[in-house]
Design a protein around this ligand. Structure first.
Ligand SMILES: [Zn+2]
Length: 136
């Protein structure tokens, strides 16, 4: 079974919409974040510095889906470096502290295609038969 978060079942607390081109998945602070497919890391905020998100995140290229994956509010694991390959279901980091909103700490998960256009991450979950529930 492929997974994204330590918190199971995968629970979506905010869906994809024009003003939120991602899904939020419940995951308590310091809970583990996993990659659901084989990936190559192309950006991590520890190595490359913080930017517009204002907190830690990882960007990776999916080797099976061919999509770019954004794991936001994720403190990269110390072993995560750019150009490193990570195997499906390996730990890539932990949910950062101070990411809570009214819905609590979460993984903000965004997916982009080869043209860097946002796509609905639900398509990604369906692609890999990743089960989830929705609690908005
Ligand atoms: Zn979000």
């Amino acid at each position: 079974m492929r997974r994204l978060t330590q918190y199971l079942p995968h629970t979506i607390t905010q869906m994809y919409k024009p003003e939120h081109k991602a899904i939020d998945l419940r995951n308590y602070e310091n809970y583990l974040v996993f990659t659901p497919e084989n990936i190559i890391i192309i950006y991590n905020s520890i190595q490359d510095g913080l930017d517009k998100y204002g907190n830690h995140y990882i960007v990776a290229k999916g080797q099976e889906s061919n999509y770019y994956l954004y794991f936001v509010h994720t403190l990269p694991a110390v072993t995560i470096h750019n150009n490193v390959k990570i195997t499906m279901n390996e730990i890539i980091g932990r949910t950062d502290t101070s990411t809570g909103n009214a819905r609590g700490a979460h993984l903000h998960f965004a997916v982009r295609n080869l043209e860097w256009q946002p796509i609905n991450p639900l398509e990604y979950l369906h692609l890999f038969n990743i089960e989830y529930t929705v609690k908005q």
